[in-house]
Ligand binder design. Sequence first.
Ligand code: ZN
Length: 363
Amino acid sequence: MSQIHDRFQTTIAGSLPKPAWLAEPNKLWPAWRASGAELERAKRDATLLWLKEQEDAGIDIVTEGEQSRQHFVHGFLEFVDGIDFSRKVKMGIRNNRYDAMVPVVGGPLRLKGRVHEVEARLARGHTGRKLKITLPGPMTIVDTIADEFYRDKVKLALAFAELLNQEARALEKDGVDVIQFDEPAFNVYLEDVKRWGIDALHRAIEGLKCTTCVHICYGYGIQANIDWKRTLGGEWRQYAEIFPALAKSRIKQVSLECIHSKVPIELLKLLKGKDVLVGVIDVATDRIESAEEVSDVIEKALQYVPAKHLFPCTNCGMAPMDREVALKKLRALAAGAALARKKLGNRGQSPISAKSRRKKTRR
Ligand code: ZN
């Protein structure tokens, strides 16, 4: 097992590809290969496999790879009462970037029970590393579901935030160190983020003592997103609209897209005081980044983010990727961070000794 680092701690946005014996490969919405007890065993095996792969690759803050959920939003919705899954309607999502068949909210929302207890406890029991679990953010959920009951986006978002908070509090008790909310919709509805998106997130993190994070990206490397990005022009300035509000929020970390993206790097300075999970691995290409490329992005980000706040990460989830490619990208992430540590020496180190810092970061 590789050592845990005290600087440039690496982590991933969240998801990893499912092995072909668990679900159809290379798909965002894969069909499971088994059912019942056999499926539960397969999910468990895949979770353990990816924990080990992340540790061996040198990832410092690991995830369960989202091996137990079919999709990052619907994996949560399946556990919510008040949603009619038998009736799906076609809806343009992410401001009509693409159509999806979505279920309908038809009554008051309530959790059926725990959502990610099994995989969180399993992962906690099998790794000494910091553990992150991801949940969909309230705004992104609202943008991925039809509503015939609340008839008000903000009320619906706050109702979901309440449920997310219940699950997040329970995950904290399970020993999870970081809870991340995925909010790709934040990059689409810039005014709504400031009007109610961050309020809904605050409701979702209420009372949590663990580290909280929000992931805001330009989406998985699927064709609809690649086409959309072509329409955004030479410079992507969406983050400029929302980062100042996020800097004032109570969320501790922000995960964002950086490598090969047209986001002007100086926008990172708008997140003063936050931990910044800088995307140094591109999920829209199978080409494996070299350690030098990764280290270069870290160095550029370091102009705007102090070293103690900089966490090298992937641009987005790796769920739809080829498994071998994802594994190589994990290694590239760790190798790039290692190179940056070596190249930058003690730059940006806080005055406490490396020894005491190591003690603090080990559990
Ligand atoms: Zn993402």
